[in-house]
Design a protein. Structure first.
Length: 748
């Protein structure tokens, strides 16, 4: 039975909880009934209670501030027992305008058995709470009347225009039939004596311009009472016929002295008579318990109200714990495990299904590498099936072990590209009939993704060979180039690499790159081998002379040779400019043979003409792999300028032919070109590169020495060694699969 650590279990549980919470949040968004237009329902209840009555009473509270210990548990029972008909909050019913605070308040007010209304105060406005107040309760400025009494609610937060409120207020006060006017506004209109620097902050009043305008209207209209909060105390001041009440004792922190105490204000109305009674409550809290309550309310609002946030918070803590466990407690060995793979061998032939986005007869590095691997594995007794695109114009080039996949023709960047139809059921059937032990993919997408899916379905290991530096092909992708070059290309490689059981790279530089982008799968450095024998004596002297004549190579010419696809990432224009530089410096006997074809051929020909290289540069076009050794035999130096290679196989082939190499220092070059031994590596600078070419062309002794050492270096990368190393990779993934899924034992 597969065992899983408690930390990993916690990690997966957290991921599940996060998924469920997000799903539940979406569910609530569509199905949960929210509390909306609360004031409309409450006003209807109040009007129903006061209908036909000349006498009634109501309570005014201020600074509830979401208090559970004081307001919910102690003041609400007092209000329910009192004879008041309804309750009004004068402001700051919430400690902040967050959704959890509003939901907690709604839950708290649900314990009242009487109607209630809320004034839009500083607390309701804070933390972007204005839109929540509007959604849950209604407009910030509103009024209602009953039995000749009018209740007016104003906004002193600045959210609603002061001028608009004044116009609205004057219109509301024009009716002569109203006997009593009551105004509720969050900020006080009159200064309150400050006895201690700790009593309250200094900006507690309404804006001065608004305050003066309000007082003028209030005095002219004969308003009976103005109720405010925003201060942790009780204050009553009378100016002419208007009483100004500040009530702030419904839950906030108070001093418990002669004016800062827990209370609510009871208002009695009998016809035109209005009396006021502050009801003091002996319910003070010790500072310690107040702090505990604040902490509890935080948890309460998260768990009972904002429980989604609470669960996410708990999950984040769990994930943090797992991260700390990995960081501090999990043992790591950063050195290679030298004993893991060295003894692994295949005891029987294996069946390998290879999937590629391109293959012969298209001439490129990946198809040639696949061809060589398939050939050497077949010679070693293994069975190989290659699933590759079907090219209509090469329909007669099929091989016995190649399954051709019908293609879609797509145009990217002005180029026609054949995309295999990965949705064809024939691919799956063919691979299932072949019954492979291993799937080997050669691209990180398309056929590579299909191979990964088939391997998972068949429950067999999958190996990926990293052939191509995708970031250098941003020009050919219909996406923002910087996005593809800096992020997407690396993300594709990382994704496919971590999904595979092993990754094969041709050079140590490629291994370093994969580790830098956080590929965690086992990585094996296995350079693509070459058949060195075919480069030693590629053709007779007569055939060589004929080829020289065809290419226009005259006696005494110094021949630079390069093999490359004619694409932008191969940096061929750099070589043209460097050769032109050499010609200008007096090397007129140069001949530059450029083997290969591609979409940039016409533009490169134009560039060569502009540089004066018409008689120097020779384009050969595509040359079949079998004919390439004869061309190599004509060169004095192999030149290379690409910085986009994972392995420059053509460099090894040139070295096997006895040519020293001059290349730009880059991945795919560094492992084979030893500076001053098999050739030279330079910085990406025309003069530096041309200087090394000039040195080798002029020094026959040095060129001969480097030629012999190049041949010796190439011998290390024989194709049979390539096959043996790949056998070890396959042995590794098959062994790991057996360990992870041992064969079941039959019980007696």
């Amino acid at each position: 039975m597969c065992k899983i650590s408690r930390w990993k279990l916690l990690f997966y549980i957290n991921l599940l909880v996060i998924f469920l919470v997000i799903f539940y949040k979406m569910y609530l968004h569509f199905f949960e009934q929210n509390h909306v237009a609360v004031h409309a329902d409450q006003i209807e209840k109040i009007e129903s209670l006061l209908e036909g009555r000349q006498s009634f009473s109501f309570a005014v509270v201020g600074n509830i501030k979401n208090s559970i210990g004081v307001f919910e548990r102690k003041i609400i029972p007092e209000l329910n027992r009192s004879e008041v008909d309804f309750i009004v909050s004068a402001g700051n019913a919430v400690s902040g305008g967050g959704e959890d605070k509003y939901r907690a308040l709604h839950r708290t007010l649900g314990y009242l058995n009487k109607p209630y209304l809320l004034t839009f105060g500083e607390g309701e406005y804070s933390a972007f709470g204005s839109f929540r107040y509007y959604d849950h309760y209604g407009p910030y400025v509103f009024s209602f009347s009953s039995g000749g009494n009018t209740f007016l609610f104003l906004d002193s937060s600045g959210k609603t225009s002061f001028r608009w409120q004044m116009r609205w207020l004057r219109e509301e006060m024009e009716s002569p039939s109203r006997s009593n006017l009551f105004i509720f506004i969050g900020h006080p209109l009159l200064p309150v004596e400050k006895k201690s620097v700790f009593d309250f902050h200094d900006d507690y009043l309404v804006d001065e311009e608004f305050r003066e305008s309000l007082r003028s209207v209030i005095e002219n209209a004969g308003v009976r009472m103005v109720f405010s909060s925003n201060l942790p105390l009780y204050s009553f001041q009378k100016v002419k016929h208007t009483g100004y009440v500040v009530t702030g004792g419904a839950g906030g922190l108070l001093l418990n002295d002669e004016r800062s105490f827990y209370h609510f204000v009871k208002v009695y109305v009998h016809g035109n008579s209005v009396t006021l009674e502050p009801v003091r409550l002996d319910i003070g809290q010790h500072t310690f318990f107040r702090t505990v309550e604040s902490l509890w309310f935080f948890v309460h609002s998260l768990f009972y109200v904002g429980y989604l946030n609470y669960l996410l918070f708990v999950c984040s803590l769990g994930l943090s714990a797992y991260w700390f466990y990995l960081l501090l407690l999990k043992e790591r060995n950063y050195y290679p495990n030298y004993n893991a793979f060295s003894e692994l061998t295949l005891n029987a032939p294996v069946r390998v299904a290879m999937l590629s986005n391109s293959y012969l007869p298209v001439i490129a590095g990946v198809p040639i590498s696949i061809k060589r691997l398939a050939s050497v594995l077949s010679k070693m007794g293994h069975h190989v099936l290659i699933c590759a695109p079907r090219y209509e114009k090469y329909s007669d080039c099929d091989e016995e072990n190649v399954f051709r996949v019908p293609c879609f023709s797509k145009i990217f960047g002005g180029r026609v590209i054949a995309l295999p139809n990965i949705f064809s059921i024939k691919i799956f059937r063919k691979i299932r009939e072949f019954s492979p032990h291993i799937i080997h993919i050669h691209h990180p997408f398309w056929m590579g993704s299909l191979g990964l899916w088939i391997a998972r379905y068949l429950k067999i290991p999958v190996v990926y060979t990293y052939h191509t530096r995708l970031e250098h092909y941003s020009y050919a992708v219909p996406l923002p180039k910087a996005f593809f070059r800096n992020f997407l290309s690396h993300a594709l490689i990382r994704r496919i690499g971590n999904k595979c059981d092993a990754v094969v790279v041709p050079t140590e530089a490629s291994e370093y790159y994969l580790r830098m982008i956080r590929v965690k799968s086992p990585v094996f450095v296995v350079p693509t081998g070459i058949e060195t024998e075919q480069f030693h004596q590629p053709c007779s002297e007569e055939e060589k002379a004929q080829l020289r004549e065809e290419l226009g190579i005259m006696k005494g010419n110094k021949v630079l040779l390069s093999v490359s696809r004619l694409n932008a990432e191969k940096n061929i224009e750099f070589m043209l400019e460097a050769v032109a530089y050499l010609v200008r410096k007096g090397m007129e006997n140069l001949k530059f043979i450029l083997i290969g074809d591609g979409p940039d051929r016409s533009s490169l020909a134009q560039a060569a003409h502009a540089l004066g290289l018409r008689d120097v540069l020779v384009f050969t076009g595509s040359v079949s792999p079998d004919a390439i050794p004869a061309y190599y035999s004509l060169g004095d130096i192999f030149v290379f300028a690409s910085t986009a290679e994972t392995q420059g196989m053509v460099i090894l082939e040139a070295m096997a032919s006895g040519m020293p190499v001059v290349a730009i220092r880059a991945s795919g070059v560094d492992d084979f070109v030893v500076d001053g031994v098999t050739g030279f590596k330079t910085i990406h600078h025309i003069e530096a590169w041309a200087e090394k070419v000039h040195l080798l062309l002029e020094d026959d002794v040095l060129r001969g020495e480097l030629s012999r050492q190049a041949v010796s270096m190439a011998e290390r990368y024989r194709v049979d060694a390539f096959g043996l190393k790949m056998e070890r990779v396959y042995a590794h993934v098959l062994t790991q699969q057996q360990k992870a899924h041992p064969p079941s034992r039959t019980r007696c």
